[in-house]
Design a protein around this ligand. Sequence first.
Ligand SMILES: [Zn+2]
Ligand SMILES: [Zn+2]
Length: 351
Amino acid sequence: MQKTMKAAVWQEKGRVVLEDRPVPTIQEPTDAIVRVTRSSICSSDLHIIHGTVPRAQENVILGHEFTGEIIETGTGVKRFRVGDRVSVNVETFCGECYFCKRGYVNNCIHGGWELGCRIDGGQAEFVRIPMADQGLTHIPDGVSDEAALFNGDILATGYWAASIAEIKPADTAVVLGAGPAGLCTMMCARLYSPAKIIAVDTNAERLALAKAKGLADILLNPEETDVVQEILQLTDGRGADRVLEAAGGKDTFQTAWQAARPNAVVVLVALYPEAQALPLHIMYGKNLTFKTGGVDANACTEIMELVRCGKLDTSCLITHRAPLNDILEGYRIFENKADGCIKWVVTPFER
Ligand SMILES: [Zn+2]
Ligand SMILES: [Zn+2]
């Protein structure tokens, strides 16, 4: 068994490096040690690197979206055994506290978003998973690690966003942003049978993908058209029934509430790098419901079942695949959306 491993470490604002680190060991009886088989680069990693995630800890190993094989379990782990294939939940949670019991696992008093943020994450060869019985999901036979890779983070985010948006059959749902989280949000919104999904993004390639994969019905590019006016026209002047904001751009919050009809639900999934203005004096009388924040990744079992039976398929997001050796190049390409990159998948380190 090797003693050291390679890992992508956030050292300080603006600086990520590939380092040698000790292979993690069991610290609590509820821990499991996982050999990482696939991980990914997520936009939230970029937010950490740029110093806009206050809870992030310097010198942490990045990566909160990954799959692996269990190589060791603590004596308190009941649901998993050595050799099990697992996908990992972005959130570490106890399952017992006030918030966990109500499904608000993001606000677990013993956890929340920890992996790759406050404790070492999965852009490494091995990772320690605390409270493994809660934070892991079995990958069933017939589902590849890659097919389950996004279940615990961006797909969980899309699933959560669509579920709290209260989409009803025949609604018009607008999804702002056709990046990884936006595309996942569209595919999960589909589960609720809206009449149409309108996808909004400045990236024509990503919009085209959303259409080609049947995730969106109507495409709007703010660089080519007045998005709010178009949405009003498409809805007999009312506005959209549901708006899901997954872009996090400079003006996208304003677009989100302006595109919504009176009494709409507006879900804000985006992680904004700066404060947003809430012009309540202009909104008065529109009676909007805003739902904000970070994913409660409490439905990973259901998501895995939907992946297993083909109702959710994220394979179209994977545009790049390279070993951990090349992860710094991956960060550069992913951040610049170069070479049509949507998701950069990290395969095991090659010696
Ligand atoms: Zn993420
Ligand atoms: Zn809890």
